[in-house]
Write a protein that binds this ligand. Structure first.
Ligand code: SF4
Length: 437
């Protein structure tokens, strides 16, 4: 059989879509370990920031010599950049054979077939879809590790001023509960101990026929035999409810971690971003979470330098970060995305003034993370073993229920087990320890 290599950029939603791409193509292609051993290379792209988009074009440039060496090599571009750029990719990158949108991944096999039989380069972009593409079961043995992603919905109806997602992923569509449970059972039967439910805003999940909400779904997935841990991402703070916190506290498999993107600490900037909550409302939800789930760890996303953001606004973000004490914060400089409301906003605050803000924020967050890591030293924690550490050297890597990454020496036979680890050292990104059971 021929081989396909999928290079994934961006978020977990894209990681999930890439798994689906492999599944949609499995009748014709086996997975390749790298581009240079593949007959088909697919770039599953991200357009959330300008930098991510540039990376796609620079990788395409690097694929050019490979295509010259192997003229039969097929190159496809999918994902959010493809959805937004469409035909322009074919014009700008002559080595690309097909471009397909975020709603077209289930048509990939037929698009490739048409490319091969017609000899024409193709672009297939549907503007919107009334369904979430679902692939059949992946080839037996193609699942690796005890963790799995599961999309419950796609698209977003929120239209935050800076965000391209509603433009490239379309409006919200929820999958049926039965379909989600069937996929979850499949994943558990093939080794998944932990499932992460994915959606741009999982709190607005609505079962298409019954209208049941996200809490109902969480209860149904939690009840599945064999599932040890359940996570979900992302929660919009405006929709994050006390009912959900009670469900998190009461359902045994739901982990004590929440990703709650705050984006900014200034109410003026939150309003300009169209986030529909104030910093005070956000902080109230955080203290409700902490009072009901004392072990909970919170992570977040923050955009620095939104148009019009002044030093006083940024100071409010620093103060909020200090007050919440995030486990980790994914922070980025504002990047104007075409088609979004923020792309047209004037910015009277000079770029030079804002340049130092991101490293300043990261320094504050690093100090908080270091404090959290140090406070774990000496404790014994349950770790689900996910595999070898990235730098391997005999170390295994896993995660606690509340999202600390832990490295420790151990045998590969432990992968998929939950083990007790005593924490011995704290590092910048992870903790190190030794197995005690
Ligand atoms: S909630 Fe806002 S930031 Fe999140 S995907 Fe939707 S529009 Fe983008």
């Amino acid at each position: 059989m021929e081989k396909v290599y999928v290079k994934t950029f961006g978020c977990q939603m894209n990681v999930y879509d890439s798994e689906k791409i492999y599944a949609f193509l499995q009748d014709r292609y086996l997975p390749a370990a790298a581009e240079d051993e593949a007959d088909l290379v697919i770039l599953n792209t991200c357009s959330i920031r300008e930098k991510a988009e540039q990376k796609v074009y620079s990788l395409l440039g690097r694929l050019k010599p490979l295509k010259e060496e192997k003229p039969d090599l097929l190159i496809g571009v999918g994902g959010c950049v493809a959805q937004q750029e469409g035909e322009r990719i074919l014009a700008r990158a002559p080595m690309v054979d097909i471009v397909f949108g975020t709603h077209n991944i289930d048509q990939l096999a037929s698009i490739l077939e048409e490319r091969i039989t017609s000899g024409r380069r193709l672009c297939r972009i549907d503007e919107d879809a009334d369904r979430v593409p679902t692939a059949g079961a992946p080839r037996a043995g193609s699942r690796k590790g005890p963790t799995a992603l599961l999309t419950i919905m796609k698209g977003c109806d929120n239209f935050c001023a800076y965000c391209v997602v509603p433009l490239v992923r379309g409006r919200e569509i929820s999958r049926s509960r039965d379909e989600i449970l069937e996929e979850a059972r499949y994943l558990i039967a093939h080794g998944a101990k932990e499932i992460t439910l994915l959606g741009q805003n999982v709190n607005s999940y609505r079962e298409p026929s019954t209208g049941g909400g996200f809490i109902d779904l969480l209860e149904s997935v939690d009840a599945l035999d064999g599932l040890e841990r359940l996570r979900f991402v992302t929660s919009h703070p405006k929709d994050f409810s006390e009912g959900l916190v009670h469900a998190m506290a009461g359902l045994p498999s739901v982990c004590e971690h929440i990703h709650l993107p705050v984006q900014a600490g200034s109410d003026r900037i939150l309003a300009a971003m169209r986030r529909c909550y104030t910093s005070g409302e956000y902080l109230e939800k955080v203290s409700m979470l902490r009072s009901l789930i004392p072990e909970v760890e919170i992570t977040t996303d923050i955009i620095v330098g939104f148009p019009g953001e002044e030093r006083a606004d940024f100071d409010r973000t620093l103060s909020l970060v200090d007050t919440v004490g995030y486990q980790n914060a994914f922070s980025f400089r504002f990047s104007a995305r075409p088609g979004t409301a923020a792309a047209d906003l004037e910015d009277p605050v000079p770029h030079e003034t804002k340049r130092s803000w991101l490293p300043e924020l990261q320094e504050v967050q690093n100090r908080i993370t270091a404090g959290k890591h140090s406070s774990m030293v000496g404790r014994t924690v349950g770790v689900l073993v996910e595999g070898s550490g990235r730098r391997s050297n005999g170390m295994l890597e896993g995660r606690t229920r509340n999202n600390f990454i832990v490295h420790f020496p151990g045998s590969p036979s432990m992968v998929g087990c939950e083990v007790d680890v005593r924490i011995l050292r704290s590092r910048k990104i992870h903790l190190e320890g030794e197995v005690v059971s």
